[in-house]
Design a protein around this ligand. Structure first.
Ligand code: CP
Ligand code: NVA
Length: 310
């Protein structure tokens, strides 16, 4: 039985297989209309969501299955009333697959260790692999390839989406540059950078981290940013973080350093005037809603793959 815990554990061939399936799912959704008939997905949420909840739930409906939305707010799960392992073991008796959006990555690992059905990471403080599969699908659609492209990420470097993009990008042969303030709270984890250097050595890609936003974005094919105030960041840090990240705001001036045909991406939710200007996210280079749509297709491909339904 396989899980999707992080792209760190997925071989490039597995990522390729899911991206190819996602492309077919998008082109021929009717082929998969009964693929999950009478199957149930449990969706566990500790944090808020719009895209993840809707795309997983719609995806199961479209494949003939059902999804249960389960918020942990009034649950014995994680309240100390029972262990996460017991919750996962019990839930596995009712459902065919579980996805979870949790704060602590260690909690997801515990769940996966005890579940007897596949577990999908729907975002933890550390990583967001479903997002990156959708992103890679979108990049390939727009650019025709992944290997050899330069992807520049600007802003919060110590971030789940950043880390997952670094894994996914370097595994697929991309050149990933991260422009973020120096310091352990703002720049990518040194462990993730070391892992990605090894993945890049295998794939022909590369990874680099710089505090200079212009250097990170120079000649980029893909420009990516994410919220400066991720769901798990306390509100009282907001003013300090805005001050820290403002030099990395993706605006027209910074975009001018990227290739003229560069695409702009943000996993959403987005805050105009912060991680990017309205001019950029609402401009012609932005593909943020195509990117969001691919959550549906890529996650269908993940579900079908983990459930051995194709
Ligand atoms: N991009 C993403 O995961 O969005 P939600 O937080 O709305 O699910
Ligand atoms: N980094 C963001 C991603 C939201 C989809 C967060 O964790 O809130």
């Amino acid at each position: 039985m396989e899980h999707l815990i992080s792209l760190k554990e997925w071989r490039p061939e597995k990522i390729r297989q899911v991206l190819d399936l996602a492309r077919d799912v998008k082109a021929n959704p009717e082929k998969y209309a009964n693929a999950m008939e009478r199957k149930t997905l449990l969706m566990i949420f500790e944090k808020p969501s719009l895209r993840t909840r809707l795309s997983f739930e719609a995806g199961m409906t479209q494949m003939g299955g059902h999804a249960i939305y389960y918020h942990t707010g009034n649950s014995p799960m994680g309240s100390g009333k029972e262990t996460l392992g017991d919750s996962a073991r019990a839930a596995s008796r009712f459902v065919d697959i579980i996805m979870a959006r949790l704060f602590k990555h260690a909690d997801l690992l515990e769940m996966a260790e005890h579940a007897t059905v596949p577990v999908i990471n729907a975002l933890t403080d550390d990583s967001h692999p479903c997002q990156i599969l959708a992103d890679l699908q979108a990049i390939e659609e727009k650019k025709g390839t992944l290997a050899g492209l330069k992807l520049a990420y600007l802003g919060d470097g110590f971030n789940n989406v950043t880390h997952s993009l670094m894994y996914g990008g370097t595994k697929m042969g991309m050149h990933v540059g991260v422009g973020s303030p120096s310091g352990a709270d703002y720049s990518p984890s040194v462990d993730v950078v070391a892992d990605c250097e090894a993945f890049a050595a295998e794939s022909g890609g590369s990874v680099f981290v710089t505090a200079d936003p212009a250097e990170a974005i120079k000649d980029a094919d893909v420009v990516y940013t994410d919220s400066w105030m991720s769901y798990h960041i306390p509100k009282e840090q907001e003013a300090a973080r805005i001050a820290k990240f403002m030099p990395y705001q993706v605006n027209a001036e910074l975009m001018a350093h990227a290739k003229p045909d560069a695409i702009f991406m943000n996993c959403l939710p987005a805050a105009r005037g912060f991680e990017q200007t309205a001019e950029v996210i609402d401009g012609s280079q932005s593909i943020v809603f195509d990117e969001a749509e691919n959550r549906l297709h890529a996650q269908k491909a993940v579900i079908l793959t983990l459930c051995n339904a194709v």
